[in-house]
Design a protein around this ligand. Sequence first.
Ligand code: TMP
Length: 208
Amino acid sequence: MGRERGGILISFEGIEKVGKTTQIGRLSAWLGAQGFTPRVLREPGGTMLGESLRSLLLHSGEIKNPEAELLLFAAARAELVTEVIRPSLSRGEIVILDRFADSSVAYQGFGRGIDVKWIRILNQHVTEGLRPDITFLLQGPSFYHGDDNIEKSGQEFFQRVEAGYNTMVAEDPSRWHVIPSARPIDEVAKVIQSVVKSYLVEDRSRQG
Ligand code: TMP
């Protein structure tokens, strides 16, 4: 699917503070050394609306209604897809996302208890059917401190989120790569690089 629309979309998922951002930095640097200029984006964020919604969702007063929370994440996603992700992919770029639509399924669906089917329909609309080519699920000890609105949701919430991620992996094992993160950063980075490298080689052969 990568080539049909130009570039390649890679997403990182997992609960907070399992090392996603560090590994995204490593992957981006490695791709840079291979001659690519990857575009790194985070959700919510990456646009003016997305960054405003990020501070509203994470750092303003708690949002009481989970549906409202879901729709704000979805609004940030819609803007990011049309304004940044689609244009980057159509220029043939590699886009690396620090979270994407799967986060809403995990957090608002499995975590908050909103109907997962409805979240998937909403995601389908706001992403215009866009799905990552590769998704890394980082799993390991999490060092979150309860600093923001989501982190304050408690241990049981995060257990449901993790279980939700495992369900998604089981449903679509070819897209998801589960990466244990409780290892030296360089080792984790190499595993991620090898997955991306294989994808790039296959992608090149798909292009003929
Ligand atoms: P982070 O990207 O720094 O981890 O912060 C984003 C927070 O927002 C994190 O707690 C996960 C949460 N989140 C959702 O609950 N739903 C979503 O759809 C997204 C993208 C993030």
